[in-house]
Design a protein around this ligand. Structure first.
Ligand SMILES: [Zn+2]
Length: 340
């Protein structure tokens, strides 16, 4: 089958690899109908994360079930499914508490790869959710976002306790930050401040529900958020980048007693104990338990209440994946959809 393989930083190729087979009795094999390039795929692309030899890429997917193992009961051949970027049993105590991304049996889909014609999905019953009805092309694009970026933005907003009467600040204007704005609006936030200095992203942020835009970063950005909130800071802040600057910006923009939901994969972030002590904020983050939110997100998409697929601003055939990586790396694209 055809699959995206990263050989070295900046070197992405589409090549022939062996098609997946059922390994565990709880596995399913899906025919991937759409996949995409994630901001986190850029970390190895930029050489910030080390690659151990040629690596099949991707962890976001929608598709049709082709085959199931003997212990798969809920997922059927022919189902159109969406799954999280982390496979989970959805039955252990961690899963039951709503943190499926840290399931005791978790399998990171990135270690398997989904930018390919077919993908093996471990723990299929606990990982996949069947979509009822026939999604339109537009709905299918949105369902693909539920696999990671929408689910992650949603978790960030929930972790930050976005809701009625709250002012939510969002640090990061990539797909996750943008969809955290959509989530905050859906959750009923009163005011949503997008921190972005790119005109195209600002326009999308506004379309998705941002009420204010702050272009300043770092201390100046924090000062601006305080100025906009009567000196208090935001009740809820989403951190969707993962750098030292963005994390400090998020904590600094949050009022004492407020909440920070941090979902940018942390790279080199160090927190000073004394700053953290006096910040007096709640921090909750990590890999998003997308599986917790999937049934609700699928329902919102299939009833046309949300249209998160608008974050895809470049669509390419899988064969042109290298161009997609390059476009995202150069920030010419927010989010690249790969068709099959
Ligand atoms: Zn579990």
């Amino acid at each position: 089958m055809r699959a995206v393989v990263m050989h070295a930083p900046g070197d992405v190729r589409v090549e022939e690899i062996e098609a997946p087979m059922i390994v565990e009795p709880t596995d399913a094999i899906i025919r991937v109908t759409a996949t995409c390039v994630c901001g986190s795929d850029l970390w190895p692309y930029r050489g910030i994360e080390e690659l151990k030899g040629p690596t099949p890429m991707g962890h976001e997917y929608v598709g049709v079930v082709e085959q199931v193992g003997p212990d798969v009961n809920d997922i059927k051949v022919g189902d159109f499914v969406v799954g999280s970027f982390v496979a989970s049993d959805n039955t252990c105590e961690i899963c039951e508490a709503g943190f499926q991304s840290r399931c005791i049996h978790q399998v990171m889909m990135g270690s398997i790869g989904t930018q390919s014609e077919y993908a093996r999905i471990p723990l299929a019953d606990g990982t996949l959710v069947t979509v009822r009805g026939e999604p339109t092309e537009r709905q299918a694009r949105s369902l693909l976002t539920a696999s990671d970026v929408l689910g992650t933005g949603w978790f960030a907003a929930v972790a930050a306790e976005a809701g009625p009467g709250k002012t939510v600040a969002v640090v990061g204007d990539g797909a996750v930050g943008l969809l955290a704005i959509l989530a905050a609006r859906q959750l009923g936030a009163e005011r949503i401040i997008a921190m972005s200095r790119h005109a195209d992203r600002q326009a999308l942020a506004t379309q998705l529900g941002a009420t204010d835009i702050v272009e300043e970063r770092g201390d100046a950005g924090i000062a601006k958020i305080k100025e906009l909130t009567g000196g208090y800071g935001a009740h809820s802040t989403v951190e969707a980048v993962g750098t030292q600057e963005s994390m400090m910006q998020a904590i600094g923009a949050t009022r004492p007693g407020g909440h920070v939901g941090y979902v940018g994969v942390s790279h080199g972030v160090e927190l000073d104990g004394m700053n953290l002590f006096f910040a007096t904020v709640s921090l909750l983050g990590g890999p998003a338990p997308v599986r917790r939110f999937l049934p609700e997100l699928i329902d919102l998409i299939m009833t046309d209440q949300i249209d998160p697929g608008i974050v895809f601003d470049l669509t390419l055939p899988l064969e042109d994946a290298a161009a997609g990586y390059q476009a995202m790396d150069e920030r010419r694209a927010t989010k690249v959809l790969l068709t099959l």
